[in-house]
Design a protein around this ligand. Structure first.
Ligand SMILES: [Zn+2]
Length: 240
């Protein structure tokens, strides 16, 4: 038997007739998958503790397979208010996907884990996180994953930021249009993204103004992952 570890449930899928594979984000081991035996055949066994966005303590046990088995789960905090509104559900799924996708497997991800905890906490608050909050989450997640985007400067030259500017996912940030290609991104949009990157996440819920370029950093996340974020289209559909 192993010791208990802190984790957030970030996803799950069915395995065979009775089991579920549960994906976790943990501070010490980054992304981890465990098998929840009989999670489907007996709903009572793990209760609602395997819902995405639930902060849990888990104990794992060795198994014959490649993945460890989930032997015990304790709920520390679960989505409550966050499950009452479509927009919050979308933001919850998105935050879990972004933080987990940018985390390493089997290596520490303390800051990404803490970021997700703060995000889940915000989703329980009276004011729903804004589009600016979501963009700030992306900026911080990229930074904590070691992929800090160049925003307040040109990624290729020391000249000051001035229009026309572009954002190039290949070089990981802003460029003068004369320095390279990418999507047109006004200097004020870049400075806004940099301000959000530095702002405490809790302060962003007061930012009612929609960022000028609300999807640039999400595009950058997708480019780094080499795939679409599954939860993004739902968020886009509802105007997030
Ligand atoms: Zn330049």
């Amino acid at each position: 038997m192993e010791h208990a570890i802190d984790a957030v449930v970030v996803g799950a899928f069915d395995l065979g007739e009775a089991d579920r594979v549960v994906r976790l984000l943990t501070p010490q081991e980054g992304r981890v998958s465990v098998v929840a035996r009989r999670a489907r055949s007996s709903r009572r066994r793990f209760g609602g503790m395997l819902e995405v966005g639930t902060h849990v303590q888990v104990v794992r046990a060795r198994s014959r397979g490649r993945m460890m088995n989930l032997s015990e789960v304790d709920r520390i905090a679960g989505p409550d208010v966050a499950r009452t509104e479509l927009e919050r559900i979308a933001l919850l799924s998105y935050g879990c996907e972004v933080c987990a996708a940018l985390a390493p497997e089997a290596a520490p991800a303390e800051k990404l884990f803490q970021l997700l905890i703060v995000w889940l906490d915000l989703l329980e608050g009276e004011r729903r996180p804004t589009v600016a909050s979501r963009v700030a989450l992306e900026a911080k997640a990229l930074t904590f994953a070691g992929l800090t985007p160049a925003l307040g400067r040109c990624a290729l030259c020391p000249e000051p930021v001035e229009d026309p500017m572009v954002f190039d996912v290949e070089v990981g940030g802003a460029l003068h249009a004369r320095c390279g290609g990418g999507r047109a991104t006004p200097a004020r949009a870049l400075l806004e993204l940099e301000a959000l990157r530095r702002m405490p996440l809790a302060d962003t819920v007061a930012q009612d103004e929609r960022p000028v370029t609300p999807w640039r950093l999400s595009d950058f996340v997708q480019h780094q992952l080499g795939r679409r974020l599954q939860s993004r289209s739902f968020l886009e559909t509802i105007g997030g």
